[in-house]
Write a protein that binds this ligand. Structure first.
Ligand code: GTP
Length: 332
């Protein structure tokens, strides 16, 4: 269920986005160029953070975020929760998970959007990043649960990707490692304290060797593995040091700027894809045919390809499409 506040926040977000687009159109500049200067963009840190449930993401973000706000930064924590679009639940972004940071005037924690398609949820997260940049947050952390495809979507929204892991092995971790390690710029082994310290050292060595087999994505940065304790705060400054190291190197080489430009292109196409699907589904003649075609495909009377072609022909036949403004309303 969407609460009234969430509904209003979404409306405000969409309204601000529309305004940003109009300002960009008027000045014929890139939307983000209009609100964030080059100097600000150089100092901006946008990182994705993922890890399996129980790795200590909330505890880490709380400790890391406090360290940053104490050093004069403004920190925004956003969340992408793939389960929220299907179950209506929200694993992430809950303010009670980070009680101290959520009370901090220099931190903003945005709960995960809990409605809409995954595309819509991601789109709103991406728009929230742009708004946080404009509002002067210089560190933006986008948190995801490390179990789905969302990491790869988030990797297209942020400058760097951080994987947080607990000092434990097992099959679950092996599976997790394979996909995500390929997009990780920094692996943080959490809970490196007390009795868990020897295990944390072992996991650090394991990830360090796993990273050797990953195809490098940058010519100036080699992914690192560090140990931290979010409880004792040991290693927290080092995590920040590594993140700024990544940003400075990739910025100076031009890689970061190029990556951000490419991401804008990816998101343009993501938006087009989302909108096209909605237009398609809302097209009156397509709507009349969809149920029949789905039925025939399921009964094996027609191949999926032939059914898709029939629907696409119907869509192309009449240029009449639904009102895009109506689509935005429906998204809410
Ligand atoms: N010893 C130790 N325990 C930690 C550390 N960080 C987190 N924990 C503990 O690990 C457990 C899980 O921490 P959370 O921060 O809730 O983990 P999470 O990844 O956010 O978990 P989800 O909310 O389920 O996604 C809690 O009992 C924490 O107290 C750490 O650095 N050292």
């Amino acid at each position: 269920m969407i609460t009234d506040i969430e509904r209003r926040c979404s409306s405000v977000l969409i309204l601000v986005n529309v305004l940003l687009e109009q300002v960009a159109e008027l000045s014929q500049t890139d939307c983000t160029d209009g609100i964030v200067t080059t100097h600000q963009r150089l100092l901006l840190e946008k990182a994705g953070l993922t890890g399996p449930p129980g790795a200590g993401k909330s505890t880490f973000i709380e400790a890391f975020g406090k360290f940053l706000t104490d050093s004069g930064h403004k920190v925004a924590v956003l969340a992408v929760d793939p389960s929220s679009s299907t179950t209506g639940g929200s694993l992430l972004g809950d303010k009670t998970r980070m009680p101290e940071l959520s009370r901090d005037m220099n931190a903003y924690i945005r709960p995960s959007p809990t409605s809409g398609t995954l595309g819509g949820v991601n789109r709103r997260t991406n728009e929230a990043i742009v708004l946080c940049e404009g509002a002067g947050y210089d560190v933006i952390l986008v948190e995801t649960v490390g179990v789905g495809q969302s990491e790869f979507v988030v990797a297209d929204m942020v400058d760097m990707f951080v994987l947080l892991v607990p000092p434990a092995g097992g099959d679950e971790l092996q599976a997790l490692k394979k996909g995500i390690v390929e997009v990780a710029d920094l692996v943080v082994v959490n809970k490196a304290d007390g009795d868990l310290l020897p295990a944390a050292r072992r996991i650090q060595a394991e990830y360090t060797s796993a990273l050797k087999f990953v195809r490098p994505r940058s010519v100036v940065w080699k992914p690192r593995v560090i140990r931290v304790s979010s409880l004792t705060k040991e290693g927290i400054p080092k995590a920040w040091d590594r993140m700024t190291g990544f940003r400075n190197k990739t910025w100076n080489s031009g890689e970061l700027d190029m990556k951000r430009r490419r991401q804008h292109r990816v998101w343009m196409w993501n938006h087009i894809q989302d909108s096209m699907i909605k237009l398609f589904r809302q097209h009156p003649s397509v709507q009349r045919l969809i149920d029949r075609m789905e039925d025939r495909v399921m009964r094996g009377e027609i191949t999926p390809g032939a059914a898709a072609d029939a629907l696409l022909r119907e869509f192309q036949k009449s240029p009449k499409t639904s009102n895009p403004e109506q689509i935005q309303q429906d998204e809410l």
